[in-house]
Ligand binder design. Sequence first.
Ligand SMILES: [Ca+2]
Ligand SMILES: [Ca+2]
Ligand SMILES: [Ca+2]
Ligand SMILES: [Ca+2]
Length: 340
Amino acid sequence: MTKVNCAIISTDRSMPNTIRIVALTALLLFMGICANASPAYVWMSSNYWTPLAQLNNQSPVFDAPNDQQTGDSAADFVGDWSSTNPNGNPGFYFAFDNLNDADPTNGWLMFRARFGEYKTCTGNGCTTGYSSTFLVGIDGNNDGKIDIFVGVDDRGNGGNAHKIKVWQPNCGSGNLPAGRSCFDGPSTTSLGTEITNTNPAYPQAEVIGTNYYYTAVSAAQDPRGVTNPLNTDLNADGKTDAFLSFRVDFGFIRQQLQNMTGMTNITDSSQLRFVTVTSQQNNSFNQDVGGCSDIQNGIWTSCGMTAYYTPLSGVPTPEPGTYAVAAVALLGFAVLRRRA
Ligand SMILES: [Ca+2]
Ligand SMILES: [Ca+2]
Ligand SMILES: [Ca+2]
Ligand SMILES: [Ca+2]
């Protein structure tokens, strides 16, 4: 999207009515364009997020309930949208705030997943009910292997809790099975060295405010329920499901991808693929893999990897500006009719 300077258009009363209406409409149009500058937020309702389709199943069916490995339903990815259940609920969403400028190398990548339980905070001194990781692996070069992980680390209540982090992938803790490669599946990928963001504008330990949002699934957060039956408990455990959302600095991620993989010219128009994981461990994923129930033997490209998405494809729609333009146009017509 090109950068727009928001102009103020005069509607001097000495103008002929027709010209005033045209000017008014132009003003509204500019207001609409300016309204498009509204950033994307982690607390946006799911209507503003893009549900991600899977590579081998072009629907955002996402993940089976109750297939997580540690008994923590708060870390169980859930989602039941499919070609045979089109009114179902997506489980993995993406959004992008492109900062509304002409720079293709900046912006915020945002991720949201749905989990089987919204955990309220009960422990002494705890600050959140979520107590695991929500990891997103990115394949930036179309080889089916994860190149970088971003995510929320909410394990425990100490210094590590409540942080947005970035990691290099590691090759997993065991020997590679025959025919397999590092980073090509949940058992051959783990969290490696944490990458510290040294850009003072975007400190790494950033989880409060605009970067993180944990909330119960509700009609307000999932307005799809207005037209589709709202289901707040997809895994039928009697506990309200949760949305966990976070954002990371795209400029930092693209730079790290280029540093680690030799990929060049990654922009907000580059095609990326994503996987999702919850895990209590860094060296071996042990909770849930989004879109896959085979955490032991699966391969990302057939076990949870999404289709291709450019960051720009996640810019929220409908954009608020659309409504502003429509409202202005309607107002213009109303004024004309009154004066006719
Ligand atoms: Ca699951
Ligand atoms: Ca890759
Ligand atoms: Ca539930
Ligand atoms: Ca799973």
